[in-house]
Design a protein around this ligand. Structure first.
Ligand code: LER
Ligand code: MN
Length: 297
């Protein structure tokens, strides 16, 4: 029987037993019964949770996934990524309307999966680039879209964490500062920010300061190395991030996220053209060992 963890305590600048999850994208973009054999392995390496990627809610059997995770004592988190055809900042109002319904369906699925959090770059499709800066219209459409979700988030007891991405994946939201402005304009305590160490390492002058600067708006964290490899094997300032998250009393999750470099479509989507570690699993299993050691100090 696995050793039950001591309840967490947060003292300024000090954390114990951070809750850690891994994103299924390390192995697959479509998490279903074909991948359930991963779960006991993930649990045996000390993970508390599993992040399920959601492109099309209708393609996910919520009860089946929920039961499989519960059977392995893994909490569920949702990583929402807009499928093609969905875009909350599309100049075409009918596409924006369609996308709002899609996001409402994602929120309901998140609740049906027994998850309390949905995170991701759901302000625009990954890779949607317009060769120009974002416009005021696009900003207003995003604010309008997310304000239109707050009632459903409240009803389903779900929070949404918006993820800034690097400039090669989106033109709409690249920095923590912009994400803070967007959340303030949306004005809902159900909507916060997801910082991903890969993207912050590209776009922020001081990654730790970026974490510190968003304070209580930090709702979620994606963790990987600067090359999307094993956390702690590159130059991402994890000790600084650990210090900063302690100072802002961040007490939610760290999800190890990378993309299965053995998986053709996933690798292509994430522009990964080489092996990032001996095996995809090493990113998760060596990564959690590194994070447990770092956050236990
Ligand atoms: C993509 O780069 C990413 O970081 C994911 O979390 C969402 O697509
Ligand atoms: Mn991410």
């Amino acid at each position: 029987m696995r050793r039950r963890r001591k309840p967490r305590r947060v003292e300024a600048g000090r954390f114990t037993e951070m809750k850690i999850a891994v994103n299924a994208l390390l192995w697959t973009a479509e998490f279903d019964e074909r991948s359930y054999s991963l779960l006991p392995l993930v649990r045996s390496h000390g993970f508390d949770g599993f992040e399920v990627p959601v492109f099309s809610p209708s393609k996910i059997n919520a009860n089946s996934v929920r039961n499989a995770l519960a059977a392995n004592e893994l909490e569920c988190l949702v990583c929402a990524i807009l499928p093609s055809g969905m875009n909350p900042i599309d100049p075409d109002a009918s596409v924006r309307k369609l996308t709002r319904q899609h996001l409402l369906d994602c929120i309901k699925l998140t609740a049906d999966l027994g998850a309390k959090q949905m995170g991701g770059p759901v302000y625009a499709p990954v890779g949607y680039l317009t060769k120009r800066r974002r416009t005021q219209d696009e900003w207003s459409w995003a604010v309008e879209c997310f304000q239109g979700l707050t009632e459903s988030l409240q009803h389903h007891n779900v929070t949404l964490a918006l993820e800034p991405l690097n400039r090669f994946e989106t033109f709409f939201l690249n920095t923590a500062a912009d994400a803070v402005n967007l959340c303030k304009e949306i004005g809902s305590d159900r909507i916060g920010i997801l910082l991903d160490t890969f993207h912050t390492n590209i776009e922020e002058k001081d990654v730790a300061q970026a974490f510190r600067s968003i304070g209580s708006l930090l709702h979620h964290v994606h963790v990987c190395e600067n090359d999307r490899g094993i956390p702690g094997t590159g130059h991402v300032d994890f000790p600084g991030i650990k210090q900063a998250t302690g100072e802002i009393n961040y007490d939610r999750w760290l999800t190890i996220e990378s993309f299965g470099f053995g998986h053709k479509e996933l690798s292509a989507a994430a522009a990964i053209w080489r092996d990032l570690a001996p095996t995809p699993e090493a990113i998760a299993f060596d990564g959690i060992r590194y994070l447990r050691t770092l956050f236990a100090k």
